[in-house]
Design a protein around this ligand. Structure first.
Ligand SMILES: C[S@@+](CC[C@H](N)C(=O)[O-])C[C@H]1O[C@@H](n2cnc3c(N)ncnc32)[C@H](O)[C@@H]1O
Length: 286
C-alpha cells in the first residue's frame, strides 16, 4: 500500500533553528530541511503519525527548551507525496554543493552529471544536502581530501559525508551513529553510490570504545555531542590528520576552536552559512 506523507513546517526566525532542531531530534526526527529563504524548518512524517497530539508534544518540547509559542508557527501540508517521485519532486530538487558536486534525489538518476554527484533519498534521515551544515562539511571535505586512506564519520546520518569522501578518493570509511535507523540508511545510500568501496558502519555514541584511527574525522552534530567528542579526537586522528566539525552555531565557533586548540588541534579554516558554523582543524603532532 502506498504511504501518504505530510510536511510539517515550523515557521520561525533562523536564530531559533538550533532550538527547533534540538526539539525535533528529541522527538526522534532527523530528516530536517531548511525552507526556502530561511522561513523556517520542515520535516516529513507519515500522514497518520503527524497528528494534533504529535504537534502538541513538539510544542511542549519547544517550550521546555525555551521557545515561547509566539516565536514560531506550525503549519501542516497534508499528503505531499500521493505519488512517490512526483509530489516529492517539487520539494527535492538537486542541491548544488560545489562546482563539481551536487546531491540528486535518487529517483532522478538521469540528472547525474559528475562522478562526484551523490544520490540520496532525502526523506530518510538528516543529511540530504539541504541543510547548511551538511553543505559546509561537504565543501570542507573537498578542500581537505587529498589521497588520505581513511575517514571516520561520527553521526553519519544518511552517510552523506562518507559517500562524498569515498567519491573524492578516501579508501577506508567508518560511520558511527546512535540511531539504528541511520545505520541502515547510511549503508543503503553508500551501496547506492559507491558499491565498489567498503564502508564499515556501526551503532556507537561519539567514539566510545572505538579503537581505530583515521586521517580525517568528520562530525556534523549538535554542540553538546561535539563538545563531548573533542577530547576524544586527537587519539583517533593519525599524525597531521584533519577534523571537520559542523552543527554548531556560527556564534559558537570561537568557543569550539578554543576547545580544539586545548587538544593540540590547529585551526585551519572556519566558515559559516545561514547562521551555522564549520571548522577545519589539524592535529599538530603525531
Ligand atoms: C545533524 S545529523 C548529521 C548527518 C550527516 N552526517 C550530515 O552531515 O548531514 C547528526 C547525526 O548525529 C547523530 N548523533 C547525535 N548524537 C550522536 C552521538 N552522541 N554519537 C553518534 N552519533 C550521534 C544523529 O543520530 C544524526 O544522525
Amino acid at each position: 500500500m502506498e504511504q501518504n506523507w505530510s510536511q510539517l513546517q515550523i515557521l520561525t526566525n533562523p536564530e531559533n533553528f538550533e532550538l527547533v532542531t534540538n526539539a525535533l531530534i528529541i522527538q526522534q526526527i532527523t530528516g530536517i530541511e531548511n525552507l526556502n529563504h530561511d522561513r523556517g524548518l520542515a520535516i516529513y512524517l507519515p500522514s497518520e503519525q503527524l497528528t494534533k497530539d504529535w504537534c502538541h508534544q513538539l510544542q511542549i518540547t519547544l517550550n521546555q527548551l525555551g521557545l515561547t509559542d509566539s516565536a514560531y508557527q506550525l503549519q501542516i501540508i497534508a499528503n505531499v507525496n500521493m505519488h512517490w517521485g512526483q509530489n516529492w519532486a517539487p520539494y527535492y530538487q538537486p542541491v548544488r554543493i560545489s562546482h563539481f558536486m551536487s546531491i540528486i534525489p535518487s529517483w532522478q538518476k538521469d540528472l547525474v552529471q559528475s562522478p562526484y554527484d551523490i544520490l540520496m533519498d532525502p526523506q530518510e534521515s538528516f543529511g540530504s544536502g539541504e541543510h547548511a551544515t551538511t553543505k559546509l562539511c561537504l565543501q570542507a571535505l573537498e578542500e581537505v581530501v587529498n589521497h588520505q586512506e581513511s575517514l571516520i564519520d561520527v553521526g553519519t546520518g544518511t552517510g552523506i559525508l562518507a559517500i562524498a569522501a569515498a567519491k573524492l578518493g578516501v579508501k577506508t570509511l567508518y560511520g558511527y551513529d546512535i540511531s539504528d535507523e541511520a545505520i541502515v540508511v547510511a549503508q543503503k545510500n553508500f551501496n547506492l553510490n559507491c558499491p565498489q568501496e567498503k564502508f564499515q558502519v556501526a551503532i556507537n555514541s561519539l567514539l566510545d570504545n572505538i579503537t581505530n584511527s583515521a586521517e580525517i574525522i568528520t562530525a556534523n552534530m549538535l554542540e553538546e555531542p561535539i563538545r563531548a567528542l573533542i577530547p576524544q579526537l586527537a587519539s583517533h586522528l593519525k599524525a597531521k590528520g584533519h577534523v571537520i566539525i559542523s552543527g554548531i552555531l556560527e556564534t559558537k565557533i570561537a568557543n569550539i576552536t578554543q576547545l580544539l586548540k586545548q587538544e593540540h588541534l590547529a585551526i585551519i579554516k572556519t566558515s559559516a552559512a545561514q547562521g551555522w558554523g564549520c571548522i577545519i582543524a589539524q592535529k599538530e603532532r603525531g
